[in-house]
Design a protein around this ligand. Structure first.
Ligand code: APR
Ligand code: PHB
Length: 400
């Protein structure tokens, strides 16, 4: 048997949720240990989404990791929706009193958080294997894990399950307690990263008869694109030229002609899913981020929803450890789920308006075109889209 150590919060998962929670609690003097099953290079190499709500940006600054974000982040006050190649701008700032989003890759957020954690000398165990939560119903839950073949035990006051959709923590909630809700979409996204200038200074979401497409970016010289693809898509069937051809086709003539193309530096296919696990707390286990919920990437909400959970959980744990106040942890799950389901609704709605659904008679597409026509012509509809896209306000659990 290896070491047995003590900490206040054992965090399972060193992705954005676990790292951000660890950083916020560290700055409050609360002891944490982060156990991450993969190596640092793998975690930092993941290519994920890249749109941050203002609330997420503010939280990263509060966590003390906003330096590169402030320098390299691209602030956007709107985006385009291309309907059969005709582009319509959706203003974000006007309807929301000046709010914006910031384009900054999740990869960079993760690198910033890992660097801060290591600079602080706070415990971050990479390649922690066979992490096993124990005694969640008691006051001293434990995390058993193996590192370099040696078994260790972490005795905690609280465990934060930040281990993503495929993690272990959600599985430890008793089957008669856990409720899950899930929809799997009948298509996926094929994403490509290329060192070419973006086709537009803002994002373009495209509804096209051949399928959805999205033009995003990582910097003024690096573009991120997605096209809707069949679920059984094999990446080897999609050479770069075929992807660029589809992108040109789905964004319409103007963007298609202006689009710079080049060799992909990353190419991958991902399924789309809506998923919620309730409750997000069981005893001394608190779930946050993808461990508790998955949204389709259309609304760019995955990272932002994880940050919102972490915002509430960090408030709750500070109150618990510093003031012996349990209102925050007792209200955590319900407060998170109120936001989670609103964001699920938005992400489902936005996905439903933009993707091609093959049910043969064209009814759905005509509904989509009617919905988009209404959206383009209605200040109320545009405001609803804008306020969801920039991010809903935070609710502090137990704040009365
Ligand atoms: N033990 C330890 N670590 C684990 C385990 C385990 N059993 N299972 C998973 N992990 C790690 C994964 O390797 C990953 O680094 O937990 C981390 C979970 O990170 P994410 O899946 O990124 O989830 P989260 O931190 O909630 O961030 C959500 O990430 O995947 C995107 O689209 C998602 O943008 C969203 C964001
Ligand atoms: C991205 O840049 O990866 C991105 C942007 C907006 C989305 C989804 C993904 O809605």
């Amino acid at each position: 048997m290896g070491t047995t150590t003590r900490t206040q919060v054992g965090i399972v998962g060193g992705g954005p949720a676990g790292l951000l929670l660890g950083q916020l609690l560290y700055r409050q003097g609360i002891d944490t240990v982060i156990l991450e099953q993969r190596g640092r290079q793998h975690v930092e190499g993941r290519i994920r989404a890249g749109v941050l709500e203002q609330g997420t940006v503010d939280l990263l600054h509060e966590a003390g990791v906003g330096g590169r974000l402030a320098r390299d982040g691209l602030v956007h006050h709107g985006f385009d929706i291309a309907i059969d190649g005709v582009r319509h701008r959706i203003d974000l700032a006007g309807p929301t009193g000046g709010k914006s989003v910031t384009v900054y890759g999740q990869t960079e957020v993760t690198k910033d958080l890992i660097a801060a954690r290591l600079d602080a000398g706070a415990p971050l165990v990479f390649e922690a294997e066979a992490v096993t939560p124990l005694d969640l119903d008691g006051d001293t839950p434990r995390l058993r894990y193996t590192k370099d073949g040696v078994s260790h035990e972490l005795v905690c006051d609280v465990i934060a399950g930040c281990d993503g959709y495929h993690g272990v923590c959600r599985q430890t909630v008793p089957a008669d307690v856990l409720r899950v809700y899930e929809r799997v979409y009948p298509f996926g996204w094929l994403g490509i990263l290329a060192e070419v200038p973006p086709v537009s200074h803002e994002l373009i979401y495209a509804n096209h008869p051949d399928g959805f497409a999205l033009a995003s970016m990582r910097s003024p010289t690096r573009s991120r694109y997605y096209i809707q693809c069949p679920l059984d898509t094999r990446i080897e069937d999609w050479p770069d030229d075929r992807i660029w051809e589809q992108l040109r086709n789905r964004f319409g003539a103007d963007a298609g002609e202006a689009m710079a193309t080049g060799p992909s530096i990353e190419k991958s296919v991902a399924p789309l899913r809506s998923f919620v696990a309730e409750p997000m707390r069981h005893g001394r286990l608190f779930l946050a981020g993808d461990a508790a919920h998955i949204v389709p990437p259309t609304g760019a909400k995955g990272l932002n929803l994880a940050a919102a959970d972490v915002r509430l959980l960090s408030w709750a744990l500070v109150d618990f450890f510093k003031n012996a106040d349990t209102a925050g942890i007792d209200g955590y799950s319900e407060a998170c789920l109120r936001r989670v389901w609103k964001v699920q609704r938005f992400s489902w709605w936005f996905s439903a308006q933009l993707h091609r659904y093959d049910e043969g008679d064209g009814f759905t597409r005509r509904l989509q075109l009617a919905e988009l026509a209404y959206l383009i012509g209605s200040d109320a509809a545009r405001t609803s889209l804008a306020e969801n896209y920039v991010g809903l306000p935070f609710e502090r659990p137990g704040a009365g």
